[in-house]
Design a protein around this ligand. Sequence first.
Ligand code: PLP
Length: 358
Amino acid sequence: TYNFSAGPAMLPTDVMLRAQQEFINWQGQGCSVMEMSHRSKAFIEVAERATHNLRKLLAVPDDYQILFTHGGGRGQFSAVPLNLSAAGDHADHLVTGSWSKGAVSEAQNYLQADVVGGVEVVDGITQVQAQQNWKLNDKASYFHYCPNETVEGIEINTVPDTNGVPIVADMSSNILSRTIDVSKFAVIYGGAQKNIGPSGLSVVIVHNSMLDKARVETPSILNYGIIAKHDSMYNTPPTFAWYLAGLVFEWLLDLGGVAEVEKRNQAKSDLLYNAIDNNDFYANRVALQNRSRMNVPFHLANPELDALFLKESEAAGLKALKGHRIVGGMRASIYNAMPIEGVKALIEFMNDFAKRNG
Ligand code: PLP
């Protein structure tokens, strides 16, 4: 079985096997890691190792804090304005799909969230507007964008130039899939349930200069300064998710790190997009430069065959290919944990289905 779910998503098989082995008797402790105090020496070691390894994987500079917290990606839609702005401030938002739109509606509860740019459709193909057409505001408290739109399969490959305005990125669905220059960002955040681990955990990478600006009314569990000061243990963290994330980080390091997994992601997505482009039976409607390596939406030329495609693909062990209801059609999410064999199996099925129904 290959699981193409957009999230919670497939985790590396080796990690799941190790977690299973350790499940009820973690490191000879006689209990599961999820049954231990977050303040125990043993768990603190797990937490510190995970943090250290994530810092290594993304080459996070010393003047950034890594926070492991609650509230998923959406929790950060509120945490960002609360930590980075005062009431009445403006923030620039690039809206390229469902999640960056969601961030605007939440931010509007706290400040003036201005939509400064987005996508355009040219000949039926969606692309992100060129940056010179965005209406950036030099006085904005921050610029927010989503480098990978999970629903629409739209990815932005270069970090925008905001003329010094702090950049905040929702990397929920592409963190750790490619190398990034963390020093260009004020805040990077993401829900864990795609490339990091199970849901219930979010990771925030925040520059030190953003730690003491929170509004007084900021709930402590969203306050970057408080979370950082207490090593992400001001309240009880999602310990099991943090432990599992640590196993995923070790798996990634053993694989050769983010540069290596990026090569694999490039190869997997190239294969799948080529298969779609080379067959009139299927179409992807995102411009080449914005096609996501993580989430590949595609449509059948005849949507009446959608239900049959889903039924047969499920029976063939290819799970969760139904597209998001906003976009329709199909979506194959091929995060870090998806092996190339899974992509090949999908392509084989797609070609065969097209032959039989074309
Ligand atoms: N941002 C992006 C890009 C996402 O893909 C998601 C969820 O899939 C979210 C935010 C929301 O995350 P959560 O459901 O963890 O709040």
